[in-house]
Design a protein around this ligand. Structure first.
Ligand code: ATP
Length: 254
């Protein structure tokens, strides 16, 4: 399995605050990794450091040579009075052919939106268009920063199902930040809990075969309750959201 990104001892200082401190993190080809953590815990900053938008104050970030990254931001404001079609938006800042734009929209699950006005899209359609934009260059790694913020539960579950399909079809790794534990845990290979530092990480275990869970929560990302495992070697800091200290303990993610 080839490593796409690795950070060692990554620290980031913003203003007078050390937002990230000593973060060791990696993601390999084809993996889905989710970053969870309280508000202000540095999740977006870690993504921004990975794409090179903020500079480390200490530590290193290695990227696989020629790595292509697609980024879906937390939010993007477009002036509602600005007339711009989806096809033209996808061609900013660099022109893309109609065929390429159409292929990306298709992969994002919205093949019919090309001629629609950006301002007229629903929240879910808008996020799909941002996803299409991130897919234009056939990325090796897709970064999603709370990409379903503002969507209702079915809309966000549908978005994450689309992400799984994109990964299956394109083989890209996915690194996402999300607060929707119960939705995302079930779709992730690994979960990293961040609170300025990595406070815990582990492998989610989907209870796909347990009939009582299926009956209650459905399957896959359609609201499934996932179990995930932590590898603990320390006591958690306040705010991490987990309060036990045993190794390889199973716990409900919701
Ligand atoms: N440009 C900046 N200058 C100073 N501090 C900043 C700057 N950008 C972010 N911060 C601070 O860094 C901390 C981490 O911010 P970040 O956006 O990475 O957190 P987050 O975990 O993504 O939060 P949220 O869940 O609320 O989106 C916050 O305390 C924030 O106020």
């Amino acid at each position: 399995m080839s490593r796409l990104i690795e950070t060692r001892g990554l620290s980031v200082q913003l203003g007078s605050t050390e937002v990230l401190s000593g973060v060791d993190f990696h993601i390999d080809r084809g993996e889905i990794v989710t970053i969870v953590g309280p508000n202000g815990s540095g999740k977006s900053t870690l993504l921004r450091a990975i794409i090179g938008a903020v500079k480390p104050s200490a530590g290193q970030i290695s990227r696989a040579p020629g790595l292509r990254i697609g980024y879906v931001p937390q939010r993007l404001h477009i002036d509602p009075t600005l007339p711009i079609t989806v096809a033209r938006f996808l061609g900013l800042p660099r022109r893309v052919s109609r065929a390429r734009a159409a292929a990306a929209l298709d992969k994002a699950g919205v093949p019919d939106l090309a001629e629609r006005q950006m301002a007229g899209l629903s929240g879910g359609q808008f996020q799909r268009v941002l996803l299409a934009r991130a897919l234009l260059d056939k990325p090796d790694l897709l970064l999603l920063d709370e990409a379903t913020q503002g969507l209702d539960q079915p809309g966000s579950a549908a978005f994450y199902r689309q992400i799984e399909e994109v990964r299956r079809e394109m083989g890209c790794a996915v690194l996402m930040v999300s607060h929707e534990l119960h939705v995302v845990m079930s779709a992730s290979d690994r979960v990293v809990c961040l609170n300025g530092h990595v406070c815990c990480h582990g492998t989610p275990e989907i209870v796909a075969s347990a009939p009582e869970y299926r009956a209650l929560f459905g399957t896959g990302t359609q609201g499934a309750l996932a179990l995930y495992r932590h590898d603990h070697n320390h006591t958690h800091d306040a705010g991490c959201g987990h309060d036990h200290t045993h190794a390889n303990e199973n716990e409900a993610a919701q």
